[in-house]
Design a protein. Structure first.
Ligand code: SAM
Length: 286
């Protein structure tokens, strides 16, 4: 019997760093799409709104009652991070590799403060694998997802970072694309296999899906930075978290999506496959 493990696909650290740096360049391009949304995010947060997905709200419960500090890994320009404050979290720290995303988040907070709405938020620009040690054991919640794990090329190192950032008894939560979705073309009206495998799959790309950023950046696709994505199976994600000492409290597979990944899929094909998965895991309190 074959049980493919993350060890099959372990990469040298230099290659992991090179891929992540290439992704940093790609996301510095992609983040320009979010720069145009800063004023909208300011208005959204000032109005007390939250971008949390209903599945996240259900899995996390009443954040105000247990979460003083949340660290948002791969926080992009911070709209979801700041939404956590509107959900009742006391303090948030957003971590992202993209200089432009972190700059957007800082500008958003500056603007909020100017408008008399200061927020308890800090931002760190770094590779998630290099999250600073001053954040160790500081988080009641390490929150991430919605297009996050595919950019990380060492899931075991990643899970170790999650474990060190959490306080004893703290919770990790991810809601992300189900690895099955990566097997199919995005644009057809039915599920059409791309011919890629489920196990150990990684790929490079330039450009962005039509229903996400599309060609709104105005940079010819061939001139855009090359991005590296890695599809982690559920087994790899769960085993990495267990290996880092976290206890899995909940694993969900959901027909709901958080973005319009398959825009042309006929209604009768929707709901047949999981679009997302979610995990709530806890660090031992001892
Ligand atoms: C699809 S976005 C996640 C969006 C997020 N759910 C939100 O809107 O708040 C993926 C993010 O991962 C970040 N990222 C990619 N690789 C990273 C790495 N190695 N370390 C930290 N952040 C990374 C990108 O800069 C980007 O902001």
């Amino acid at each position: 019997m074959t049980d493919k493990t993350p060890m099959d696909a372990a990469l040298p650290e230099s290659e992991i760093q090179a891929r992540h740096e290439s992704n940093r360049a790609g996301w510095n391009e992609g983040a320009r799409h979010y720069t145009a949304q800063i004023e909208a995010t300011v208005a959204f947060i000032r109005a007390g709104k939250s971008n949390l997905h209903p599945l996240e709200r259900r899995n996390l419960g009443d954040l105000a009652s247990w979460c003083q500090t949340a660290i948002h890994l791969q926080c992009a320009s911070g709209r979801d991070t700041l939404s956590l404050l509107n959900e009742g979290v006391g303090r948030v720290v957003g971590v992202d590799i993209s200089d432009v995303h972190i700059d957007n988040a800082r500008q958003t907070c500056k603007r909020l403060a100017e408008l008399g709405h200061p927020v308890n938020a800090a931002w760190v620009r770094c590779d998630v694998l290099d999250a600073p040690h001053e954040l160790d054991a500081s988080a009641d919640l390490v929150y991430t997802g919605r297009g996050a794990l595919c950019w990380i090329h060492d899931i075991q190192h990643y899970a170790g970072v999650v474990a060190r950032l959490l306080k004893p008894g703290g919770v990790y939560h991810v809601l992300d694309d189900h690895p099955l979705t990566n097997l199919f073309e995005l644009e057809p009206e039915t599920f059409v296999l791309r011919g890629t495998g489920y196990f150990g799959h990684w790929e490079t790309s330039r450009g962005w899906p039509s229903t996400y950023i599309g060609d709104s950046l105005g940079i010819p696709v061939e001139q855009q930075a090359e991005k590296y994505e890695r599809v982690w199976t559920l087994m790899e994600v769960v085993n990495a978290l267990i290996g880092a000492g976290l206890a899995i409290e909940y694993l969900g597979e959901h027909p709901e999506h958080y973005w319009n990944a398959f825009p042309n899929l006929k209604p009768e094909w929707r709901g047949l496959l999981p679009m997302t998965f979610s995990i709530r895991a806890r660090k031992n309190s001892a």
